[in-house]
Design a protein around this ligand. Structure first.
Ligand code: XMP
Length: 495
């Protein structure tokens, strides 16, 4: 019994990072990181696979800014795959497999396709050879929709290019010809790609965007245990990485799932959640590229209170960092981020990136509408282990249904929730909010004198603090009358 208690567990509010001699200012720090061995990003931030946080819109916005979204799995396989596809098609350097239609298809079909995929034009091909292009302009004044595309498409003087075309060259051609789409063809006039002015503009607007080799935005998606059909469907649509998403990653089915996926496909796998050295080591042994850390720190989580299980988050990150030291495996700190300073602390404890749910749920880009309550605007945020979310399919994450029992419920027939449902303040657009979050991290790295995230991970030191110190850290002895963009009344400890 003597070793029954492990060391004290610490979480974000229990620690501060010691300031150190610095020759680096916040603007000069480098916040790039790797979220898996093969996926570099310009910002160390992911959004949670939760049904009130990440669908296509959030994933697009976050990838544009330099982070990564993970599409949740409280959706049918088809719908989740569609959300991934939306992201992959949203912004491209060069679209290598543009949507096309044959000239015999009807105008009605063309309209439907353009609407469904949110594209403003379609190359028209016959036996993969380019025969025309159909744009919104061609359709604008048309009343009849049962005529074939061939009758209305533009077929003469198509603006094409052959061979390797850089985006800068493409832009010149588009400007000279005053059109918005450059059709790429081979010597036999077979369509090989498409470059649009919208995509060129996007690249300018979002220089930090997380992009794959073809210039498309990157996106991840969650899969459950033994959920291979879902994995296959997502991989077919070029998802960049899969997240084997479970409340207890240190379990036989998660380990089995990671192994199978890694054996069957060439895809990066993030696996979790764990909070111990042993849990991390077993996932790494199974082939996980990245380990996700967090048992119960989330703002909506009740796992720790209802089950008595968990490890305070900073200690958990530190343990896992020790377990993967010397390997190429990356760590994501998932849950419990309340302020930008928590991101600095998570990375200083050993994480390569953080996953955020609650702080993003109130943004424009999260699913769901705004709600007004007592004069302030909110959005709904709920745990994937809340009753409402479990009924929609996420019970499997909590080992209550799906593959675990095959019944959709635990043996007793009722769900045992591990999360709550509520509202979070509405916060406007992701871009402005993220700027403040990353600004806080940059400030922290400046105080530490650490120029890179790797230096922050290895060179920083923590001080354990008292409750009195937490009070001292927050604004005190003042009634806040003017909230700042990175500190609101909701943030304060209320003391
Ligand atoms: P934050 O603190 O960012 O946490 O809101 C988001 C993370 O919390 C996890 N999660 C849950 N954990 N019960 C839990 O115990 C739940 O109902 C629940 N829903 C989400 C998840 O890891 C997420 O990324």
């Amino acid at each position: 019994m003597s070793d029954k208690f492990s060391t004290t567990g610490l979480t974000y509010d229990d620690v501060l990072i010691r300031p150190q001699h610095s020759d680096v200012i916040p603007a000069d720090v480098d916040v790039r990181t790797f979220l898996t061995k093969r996926i570099p990003v310009n910002l160390p931030v992911l959004s949670s696979p939760m049904d009130t946080v990440t669908e296509g819109r959030m994933a697009i916005a976050l990838a544009q800014e330099g982070g990564l979204g993970v599409i949740h799995k409280n959706l049918s396989i088809e719908s989740q795959t569609e959300e991934v596809d939306k992201v992959k098609r949203s912004a491209n350097g060069i679209i290598v497999d543009p949507l096309t239609l044959p000239p015999t298809a009807s105008v009605a079909t063309a309209r439907e396709t353009m609407e469904q995929h949110k594209v403003s034009g379609l190359p028209i091909t016959e036996n993969s050879r380019l025969v025309g292009i159909l744009t919104r302009r061609d359709l604008r004044f048309l009343e009849r929709t049962n005529i074939p595309i061939a009758e209305v498409m533009t077929k003469d003087n198509l603006v094409t290019a052959t061979g390797a075309v850089t985006l800068a060259e493409a832009e010149k051609i588009l400007m000279a010809k005053k059109v918005e789409k450059l059709l790429l063809v081979d010597e036999d006039y077979r369509l090989t790609g498409l470059i649009t002015i919208k995509d060129i503009d996007m690249m300018r607007r979002f220089p930090l965007a997380a992009k794959d080799r073809q210039g498309r935005l990157r996106v991840g998606a969650a899969v459950g245990v033994l959920d291979y059909e879902r994995a296959e469907s997502l991989i077919e649509k070029d998802v960049d990485f899969l997240v084997v998403d479970s409340a207890h990653g240190h379990s036989v089915n998660v380990i089995e799932t990671v192994k199978r996926i890694k054996q069957q496909w060439d895809i990066d796998v993030v696996a979790g959640n764990v909070a111990t050295r042993e849990g991390a080591s077993d996932l790494v042994a199974a082939g996980a590229d990245t380990v996700k850390v967090g048992i119960g720190p989330g703002s909506i989580c009740t796992t720790r209170v209802i089950s008595g299980i968990g490890v305070p988050q900073v200690t958990a990150i530190h343990e896992v960092a020790q377990a993967v030291e010397g390997t190429q495996v990356k760590i994501i700190a998932d849950g419990g981020i309340r302020y930008s300073g928590d991101i600095t602390k998570a990375l200083a404890a050993g994480a390569h990136g953080v996953m955020i749910g609650g702080l993003f749920a109130g943004l424009d880009e999260s699913p769901g509408d705004r709600v007004l309550f007592q004069g302030r605007t909110y959005k709904v945020y709920r745990g994937m282990g809340s009753l409402g979310a479990m009924v929609h399919g996420s019970s499997e994450r909590y080992r209550q249904g799906g593959h675990e029992t095959g019944t959709g419920k635990t043996a007793g027939g009722k769900f045992v929730p591990e999360g709550v449902e509520g509202r979070v303040p509405y916060k406007g657009s992701l871009s402005a909010f993220l700027y403040q979050l990353v600004g806080g991290l940059r400030a922290g790295m400046g105080y530490c004198g650490t120029r890179t995230i790797d230096q922050l991970r290895t060179d920083s030191q923590f001080i354990q603090v008292s409750p009195a110190s937490v009070r001292e850290s927050h604004p005190h002895d003042i009634v806040i009358t003017q909230e700042s963009p990175n500190y609101t009344v909701e943030h304060s400890t209320g003391e």
